[in-house]
Structures are given as C-alpha cells and as structure tokens.
Design a protein around this ligand. Structure first.
Ligand code: SF4
Length: 516
C-alpha cells in the first residue's frame, strides 16, 4: 500500500493526522505501507494494491492527480481496471465536501480514522480475490465508507443540483461521518528535524471545540467536543515525547477548553521540565492568565496565539465569538507580564455584514494593544472568510470587498510596527470554489494539475470547461463561477454534500445562523 500526502515531506510529516494513519497502518502485519510525498518517498513497490491520500487543505487537491499519474494509475476512477489499485482518501477536506474530488477516488473514508481505517483494511482482506466492483459494493455497506461511483448527481435545466442519489436500492442513501469516542487522542509517532516544526513531538489535547464560532470547520465538522484524559492520555503522551525531544507542541482547535487544562499547566510546572520548549496552538483569549504565560516563558516559549476574528464587537457577536475588547487587552497584558515577547493575533475580513467601519475598528484595536504594550511584538495574520460545508456559514459567499480590506489593514498597521500577514485573497477564492462545488469541478481540477495550478490557470481552466459541454448533458454544465464562489445561497438549496451526514442537521445549522 502507498499512503500519499499531496505536499512536501516537511509539510506532510508535520500533519498529526497523516502521522497517525501511517503509524496505524505500519503497525499492522497484514499491510506493507510506504509513504509518498511530492519531494521524496519510501522505496515504492512494483505492484500497489491500495493507494491512499490524506487531504487536509483544499489547494493541495490537484496534486493528488499528479501523484496518481506519476504512479501510472488512471486518474478517473471509472477508468481503473481490476489490475489497478483501489484509490481511497480521507482528511478534513474530503470529509467536509468530497464532491469535487469524488470522480478521482474509489473510496472516501468520512470522519475519524481510528475505527474507520481498520474496518476498511480488514474488510478488504476478507474480500481478496473478488472483483473490484463487488468489493466496492460490499465496502459501501460499512458505516462511514463512501463509494462515489454508486451515487449520481442530478441537475435541472438551470444548472442547479437537485439531488445526489444512490444508483441502486441496496446502496445506502446517506453516509454518516464516523466519530472516535475514546478518551485518548493522538500524538506524534515521528519526530524529525525535517518537519516544518523541527524536532517537535505533537500531542492532541482536544478534538472539535465547544465554542461553535459560526464559520469554524474545526469545531462543527468534528463535533462532539472531545478531550484526551489527563492521566491516561496527555501525561503519558508528553512523557513519551519528552524522553526523545525537548520540543513539545500541544495541539487542538482550542486546547484551553480542556476541562483539566489548569491541572495540566500545574503538572508541566515541575523542575524536570526546565529545558522543555513548549508551544501551544491558538488559545482562547478569555483563558489566558498569569499562570499560563509565566509557565510558557519558563518553558522557553516566546509567543502566544489568539484568534480574535475581528476588532469589531458587532462582528465577533455575529460569529458567536463570545469575546469582548477588555478580554483581548487583558490577554495582551498577561502575555507581556508573563515575559512573552510576541503576541500573534488572527482575524478575518469579508464576514457577512462587515463594513469599512468594522475594519477601522479592527485597526484601532490593534493600535491600542500596541500602545498599551509597546515592547510586545505584535503580528496580525488575516485571512478572507471562506464558506465551509457543515457550518452555519456554508450558505454565505466570499465578499469581493475582502481584497481591499486586507490591503487597508496592512497600510494602517504596518507603519506602527505591527506585522501584518495577509493570506492571498486570490487563493481564498479557489478554496471557496473547491469547498462549495460539486462533481462538475472535477474536469477543471484535471486541467489545473501540474504547471497549470496557478490563479490564472484555475480561471482559464474553468472557462475552458464551461465553454465545452464536457459532462454528460447540457444540464450538467458548470455553473457560473460567481454563483459558487460569491453568491449567498438560499437555505432550501440542495447542497453537494447533502447525502453525507455531518454532525449537525441542516435545520440545526440554519437555527445557529439565525440565532445571531
Ligand atoms: S474558538 Fe476557535 S476553534 Fe473554537 S469554534 Fe471558535 S474559531 Fe473554532
């Protein structure tokens, strides 16, 4: 088997999800797994039975096709024969909305890999020797296993998706994402100087987040919120890592929401960890306190990261951030008093109802933090709002005003010594295109693979496919770019991922959007 990551070794090996899948497979005696990255790989077999891919970022998607092609595997699943491997995929992108990639994959594993992957492998062993089609039929009966070829999208004459239906009565109509419910989560199985964070041992503290910010995929797609137990999960995992490296990273959508986070900090405050270099992923501003920042300083950590989303209270309320201005100032003060040298803030532009005034308010807030704590290095990472499947904001489009607003923040803040790190507006558009499209995007992805995977390449490919009637009927021509990327969708619209059950039903997501 080959397990591929559509990016470099350094990026792939820093993905805890990829490490865990690889370790789960490598421990099995019935699977011989080799890793494949874009810049290096283990020695590959002459014959491959299974080709797996982990996709956690939309923009890595076209690279999947390059990897298949380089390994002489037909890129379209319907062109694969009995001799070809079964190509399967998993990860956040494919769990949220796999449809743009569905025609390239034989099997998609929806949800947490802990149970799903062993069930998949074991069933495949049982099915050795039978035809590919029969194998896929049987696999499609396992909870969480989606075989796209057994589902057919239907469109009306307005190029609107009206349903995605199982092609036979014995194929499940809906597939439900699987959730790992044990009290231990994952930790690194590979520690290497070549990782994007060299030599780090990563420990997953929580999965999902109870805060439910309305745009947040990490929270909504992974519900319910789960945490690793302190005594049986976190402490042994940290001890194991610390025996081989000084660099420990605590990961999770919102780690300070762990019910025993304070106890964890107390445990980390022991002399034997004096030379530990501790990093935390983003923390909630309201949970930052003296104890935390002092400990971080003592554990050789220089900075803390907080997502404020916006400086405007109106926008923070809109996204359900539950954070006020005073709490943001307090977090900055604690960072400074605790001896940290840097505060990294994250925000977004282009959220629904946002105005120029909200952007001004964001600038004012950052400038005020800088004035209050001048010795603190302040950086502001800012992205454009991109709608994600299975969140209450999935119906909102990308706002074109975002581009100028990113620039405006840079112009106002940089002269005052605040580092502004905007994400590319252009690539956010492509992310939105992938996150809200259906299978009609697949021929575009085919065209943009390799050297065409540029912003201009995407637009050109979309136009080419739109002009050609490449898909099965005129009804199924590509919809307008604008419609997928920028338009606000009606709540009664049939969404490309509606045959895939996420944690919350559409009615609940609408309710969450409306309670704002
Ligand atoms: S606090 Fe952070 S992780 Fe939690 S829901 Fe909000 S954005 Fe997502």
């Amino acid at each position: 088997m080959v397990l591929a990551f559509p990016n470099t070794y350094s990026v792939g090996i820093t993905s805890l999800g990829f490490q865990i899948i690889w370790a789960t497979l490598a421990q099995r005696t019935d699977v011989d797994v080799r890793r494949l990255f874009t810049d290096q790989n283990d020695k590959l077999h002459r014959r491959i039975d299974l080709f797996g891919i982990s996709l956690s970022w939309e923009l890595d998607g076209p690279v999947l096709l390059d990897l298949l092609e380089n390994n002489k595997i037909p890129i379209w699943s319907h062109k694969r024969s009995e001799e070809d491997p079964i190509v399967f995929g998993g990860g956040q992108v494919l769990t949220a909305n796999p449809e743009p990639f569905a025609p390239f994959l034989d099997v998609i594993l929806l949800g947490d890999g802990e149970n799903l992957l062993p069930a998949f492998i074991e069933k495949l062993h049982e099915l050795e020797g039978i035809s590919r089609d029969k194998k896929l039929k049987i696999l499609s009966q396992i909870a969480g296993i989606y075989v796209p070829a057994f589902y057919e999208p239907q469109y009306n004459s307005n190029k609107e998706l009206i349903a995605t239906k199982a092609i036979d009565s014995d194929i499940p109509k809906q597939i439900t994402k699987q959730t790992w419910k044990q009290n231990t989560l994952s930790h690194s199985t590979v520690i290497t100087p070549e990782a994007a964070w060299p030599g780090i041992h990563m420990v997953e503290v929580v999965r999902s987040c109870p805060e439910l910010c309305r745009f947040c995929l990490a929270s909504y797609l992974n519900l319910p919120f789960r945490n690793s137990s302190l005594d049986d999960g976190l402490i042994p995992a940290i001890e194991k890592g610390f025996a081989v490296t000084k660099r420990i990273g605590l990961l999770g959508a919102s780690i300070t929401q762990h019910p025993e986070f304070d106890e964890l900090l107390t445990w980390l405050d022991q002399d034997s960890f004096e030379d530990m270099r501790l990093s935390l992923s983003s923390v909630r501003a309201t949970t930052v306190n003296k104890k935390m920042t002092h400990l971080l300083s003592r554990r050789n950590c220089k900075s803390i990261t907080i997502a404020i989303e916006s400086g405007s209270q109106k926008i923070r309320d809109l996204v359900n951030k539950k954070l006020n201005e005073e709490e943001i100032y307090s977090a900055a003060r604690y960072a400074h008093e605790g001896g940290l040298s840097r505060l990294k803030l994250y925000g977004m532009v282009g959220l629904p109802t946002e105005t120029e005034e909200d952007i001004e308010t964001t600038s004012d807030l950052l400038l005020k933090i800088k004035r209050k704590s001048p010795s603190l290095k302040l950086s502001f990472g800012v992205s454009t709002f991109v709608p994600k499947a299975h969140t209450p904001f999935q119906w909102f489009g990308v706002r074109t005003e975002a581009k100028k607003r990113l620039q405006k923040l840079g112009k106002r803040l940089k002269p005052h010594g605040i580092e502004v790190r905007p994400e590319s507006y252009g690539w956010s558009i492509i992310q939105a295109l992938i996150s809200r499209s259906d299978r009609r995007l697949a021929p575009v992805i085919e065209l943009v693979r390799g050297s065409q995977n540029t912003l201009g390449g995407w637009k050109k490919a979309y136009k080419i496919i739109q002009e050609k009637d490449t898909y099965s009927s005129t009804n199924s021509q590509l919809p307008d770019w604008e419609e997928i990327v920028h338009n606000q969708w009606e709540h009664d619209r049939i969404l490309p991922w509606m045959h895939l059950n996420g944690p919350l039903k559409v009615e609940q997501l609408i309710k969450h959007q409306k309670t704002l």
